[in-house]
Write a protein that binds this ligand. Structure first.
Ligand SMILES: [Zn+2]
Length: 122
């Protein structure tokens, strides 16, 4: 399975954010019946987090996809190690690259900087 770690990270942060919001609502409704208060708190949470979740799962902004492969020779320095390759961002697409270029972590970082300067959204 392909996991987009940016989306996954944001999703975990979003769960943490839902805690104080729901706790706050429950405090405000503390005089109410506990079951009723929980239902209302979840309704409010749902109204807010539907939009947050939709952004997390569908936003193209979070779309940078990387391919990671073990034991490749870095195209820049030749080191054999785990290699990284940027596959796709909103304005960069190497999905069908016939000769995919993998880079070591260090060279990949330099290349990312270079791409960013060229206006690629990472
Ligand atoms: Zn390298």
């Amino acid at each position: 399975m392909d996991v987009n770690f940016k989306r996954y990270g944001l999703y975990l942060v979003r769960w943490q954010l839902s805690t104080p919001i729901l706790a706050g609502v429950l405090i405000v409704l503390s005089t109410m019946d506990a079951l009723m208060a929980t239902i209302i708190a979840n309704l409010i949470g749902g109204l807010i987090f539907f939009w947050v979740d939709r952004f997390i799962f569908t936003s193209k902004v979070l779309d940078a996809q990387w391919e990671v492969k073990d034991n490749i020779a870095c195209v820049d320095c030749g080191k054999v190690c785990r290699g990284y390759r940027l596959v796709k961002t909103p304005n960069y697409d190497k999905t069908d690259d016939k000769e995919p270029e993998f880079r070591c972590e260090e060279c990949s970082r330099k290349k990312s900087e270079e791409l960013r300067k060229r206006g690629v959204k990472l």
